[in-house]
Every structure is written in C-alpha cells, then in structure tokens.
Design a protein around this ligand. Structure first.
Ligand code: C2E
Ligand code: CA
Ligand code: CA
Length: 457
C-alpha cells in the first residue's frame, strides 16, 4: 500500500489524485461481504462513480483571482460532501474536478444525486460573492467486481460527453459514447489541419438598411466543408476550435479572407460610402493584447480602411465586464474599426454595459423577433428593446428576418437595419458579388417581397 496516499487521503487527495481515486474506486467495487456489509442492506446492489467538473474554471480564476477561486473550490467540496452525506465519499480528483463514489446506487440514484449536486453547486456562496457556478457531471454505474480503471475511464468519457453538450449537463455513460468520442477526436484533428492550411472558407450575408433598402455591409461567416463528412455547422466546429486553442487562428483567417474580399468589392463596385464588412471575434481573443496589433496589420496588408471593418463581439463576453476587455475595445475603437454587440438578448442582457462600452451598434438576436408579425405583445416588447438601445445612442441591426412581414414590422418599430434569410442566405463570395451588383441597381425594399428581389434562398 502506498503510505503517502493515506496521509493525503483525508480530506483531499488532490494532487496525488489519480492513484488515490483508483484505490478508493477499487474499494468501492469490492463485493459487499468482503467489505463487511450485509448483502441485504437497503438500496440497490450497484455502485456509481460521478465525476463532477466545475464549468469555466479558468474564467472563474480570471475573474476572482486564484486565492478566491481556491476558496470556491473548497466551498464546492464542502457542499458536495454535505449533500452526499453518509451515502458516499467525495474526493478531489483534479484541479477543478471532484469524484463522488456512491454505494448502493443504480442509474436512478446516480441521476438523483447528480441533479442534487448541480442544484447545490449553483447556490454555492463564497464570502461576498455568489459565483453562480455550474457543474458538468459524468456518471458511470458499476457492479461489484468490475475493474476500477475501466470504471474511472468510462466515467471520464461520460463527463466529456456532458461537457461537449454545453455547461451544466449530466450524462450517464453509454457504450455509444466511445464511438462519439472517436468521431469528435477525429473532427478535432481534421479541424486543426483545416485551420492550419487555410481550408476554411467564408460566406457573406448582407446587412440591409431598413430606411433606404441599400446594402450597408456584409457579415463574414466561417464555413467548413469536411472532406468526408461534408459541411459542418459553425456551432459544432467553433467550440472545438476553442477547446483546441485555435479559435484565434480561425478568426484571423476569416478576418484576412474577408478583408481581401472587401478590398476587391470596394475597388470594383460603387458601394455605399460607409459599406463595411463585419467579422466575428471569439471573446477570449480580446484578452490578448496582441489582438489589436493583429487587426491593424490585417487592415494595412489588405489595404482596407479601418472604417470599413466592424468587429462583432457577443453579449456573453461582457458579463465579466473586465477592465482588460474595455481596454481592448477602446484600443480597437482608436484604430477606427466599428464595434457591434452581437446576439443581444440571449441571456445576460445588462443595460448598464450598453451605456458603458465603447460600441456603435447592437445586433438584436433573432430570438427576440419571435412571432412579431402576429403577436402584438411581442411587438410591444421588441419596440421597447429598440427604444432602449436607441436611448443609449446606439443603432440597431435586427437579426434573423425571414419574411417580408417581419421586415415591415421591424422597420416600423424603428430598427435601422436588418439581416436574415428574407434578404439573403449567407453566400459564397462570387454569389455575394452578383448580389451586391444587383442590389446596387435595385435597392431592397424591406416592405415587400419585390418581383424576384429579396428572398434569394
Ligand atoms: P451569428 O454571428 O449570430 O451569425 C448569424 C447566424 O444566423 C449565422 O449562422 C447565419 O447563417 C444565421 N442566420 C442568418 N439569417 C438567418 C435567418 O433569417 N434565420 C435563421 N434561422 N438563421 C439566420 P451560422 O453561419 O451558422 O453561424 C453561427 C454562429 O457562429 C454565428 O452566429 C457566430 O456567432 C459564429 N461564427 C460564424 N463565423 C464565425 C467566425 O469566423 N468567428 C467566430 N468567432 N464566430 C463565428
Ligand atoms: Ca455575428
Ligand atoms: Ca448574431
């Protein structure tokens, strides 16, 4: 027996976590009798291992500082221990991960405990802060006699599946997850290669003035056609890119591609004087001080004036309201690029940052559009949001306009511009060139479908 382990075992076994966890799981999986328990004891026969991982721990550390983040972890461990009580054992199994070992647990019991843990974690308080934690849980039920290593590894697979589904998810291990994991790993390495080789392409979607019907600009959207699997949605490959730490490279590729294309459009077409190309940036990029330099260099290499570039930053990235971010935004503004808040209304909306941040424009998420053409209450709600943004001195782009009726209502409510399938789907560069040429001759009336105008699908 490893003597060191027993010293570290109570109450924390981290950082000597792996060995400690294996030993404890081995004990858990011992048949009842050998462990000195009566087989007829209450509850199901099985055992369960829950791996509980704190979501976004690096962000917590970044926001609260290491010392406070450590206290949060201690508090989480205390909360879990209290919740699990006599029914199980809680160990720290990694920097931001805990293992919960349950005896007499079947899948239902494992799920019940996991949901309880998630509920408790949300309420964890730490000094004056209540950090609203979410935890992902991977669970594996097991029978006495199973191998500890394999139970731990498959619980890990379930945890990975939970995390892949977003924050605060719970997954019970199922054998198909092993296949899914393999596909994911393969996608990851293919994506890394595609980004390295510049194989991602860019599609463009017009942003149309609802006052004049002119195309004000286009948004550049990353596209990835996998050689074997075909097109993969950005919602799938962008989180992978973040995980792989190549989101910055990906964004930069889109930025340089979009700027080169914009240079051609500005040269060849008599566009509106304030025509701009909008490019999305991953929130974490803002924290890199070199980011601004990268943008400056990309602009000068492409020969595009800073005023023709707009960067879109999602609302969620401002929640923290960190000084670093505001600082970067000011730096970008000084360069002369426009800044939009993207996906406004998707969760964290805070009016205060609309007034505080150095941004020009707000893109309202299509979830706020709802049934606006039919539902008067929705119309009043959206109208109020538009007035609020206007009161902050910002202009508005309404996203996700799919029908002429929606375009009409949104225009009447006072939105400056719109984007959505009603005007055009995102198109490859050549098709967007044709679209822009066409739109120069016939401005897009937001109010009607027009002869064969708008709905180009
Ligand atoms: P987003 O920035 O909100 O981009 C608009 C998304 O809405 C696009 O999805 C677009 O195809 C879709 N869309 C446009 N009009 C309509 C409509 O009328 N109805 C509906 N239902 N959808 C519409 P897409 O291309 O799948 O991109 C998804 C998200 O991925 C984007 O959302 C953006 O946040 C992100 N993204 C795309 N390209 C990049 C990139 O190069 N870098 C970064 N960091 N994020 C990107
Ligand atoms: Ca966007
Ligand atoms: Ca958006």
């Amino acid at each position: 027996m490893n003597g060191k382990y027993w010293i570290l075992a109570a109450p924390l076994i981290w950082p000597d976590n792996r060995r400690g966890l294996t030993l404890e799981v081995e004990r858990l999986l011992q048949p009842d009798l050998e462990h000195g328990r009566a087989p007829d004891q209450e509850g199901p026969d099985g055992r369960a291992l829950l791996l509980v991982s704190l979501d976004a721990y690096p962000r917590i550390t970044y926001n609260l500082g290491q010392a406070q983040a450590d206290l949060v972890l201690d508090e989480v461990q205390r909360t879990l221990t209290e919740f699990v009580g006599e029914n199980g054992l809680v160990l720290r199994s990694g920097q931001d991960e805990f293992a919960v070992l349950l005896r007499r647990a079947d899948a239902n019991e494992a799920r019940r405990v996991a949901l309880g843990i998630q509920g408790r974690a949300r309420g964890v308080e730490c000094g004056l802060t209540r950090p609203l934690l979410s935890v992902s849980v991977g669970a594996r039920t097991a029978d006495a006699g199973e191998g500890a290593e394999e139970v731990i590894a498959t619980a890990g697979v379930a945890l990975e599946a939970a995390k892949a589904g977003g924050r605060g998810k719970l997954k019970l291990f199922e054998p198909f997850m092993l296949d899914a994991l393999e596909v994911r790993h393969r996608l990851s390495s293919d994506l890394a290669e595609a980004v390295r080789e510049g194989a991602l392409t860019v599609a463009y979607q017009p942003i149309v003035s609802l006052k004049t019907g002119r195309v004000q600009g286009v948004e550049a959207l990353a596209r990835w056609a996998h050689p074997a699997l075909g097109p993969i949605r950005p919602d799938e490959f962008l989180p992978l890119a973040e995980e792989l730490g190549i989101a910055g490279e990906l964004d930069h590729h889109v930025l340089t591609t979009a700027l080169a294309q914009t240079r051609t459009w500005l040269r060849d077409l008599p566009l509106e004087p304030d025509f701009s190309v909008s490019v999305n940036i991953t929130a974490s990029q803002l924290a890199h001080l070199e980011y601004i330099d990268g943008v400056r260099r990309a602009l000068s290499e492409a020969g595009v004036p800073a005023g023709a570039l707009v960067l879109e930053i999602t609302e969620a990235s401002f929640v923290a309201g960190d000084d670093v971010d505001t600082y970067s935004l000011l730096g970008l503004r000084r360069l002369g690029v426009g800044l939009d808040i993207d996906d406004f209304g998707t969760g964290y909306s805070s009016i205060s940052y609309l007034r505080r941040l150095p941004v020009n424009r707000v893109k309202i998420d299509r979830s706020l559009l709802g049934d606006v053409a039919e539902d008067p209450a929705q119309r009043r709600f959206l109208g109020a949001v538009l007035r609020l943004v206007e009161a902050c001195g910002l202009s508005v782009v309404m996203e996700g306009i799919e029908t002429a009726e929606q375009a009409l209502v949104v225009a009447e409510l006072g939105a400056d511009a719109g984007q959505g399938y009603h005007f055009s789907r995102p198109l490859p560069a050549e098709q967007m060139t044709a679209f822009l040429e066409d739109a120069l001759d016939h401005p897009l009336a937001p109010f009607s479908e027009g002869p064969e105008r708008s709905a180009r699908r």
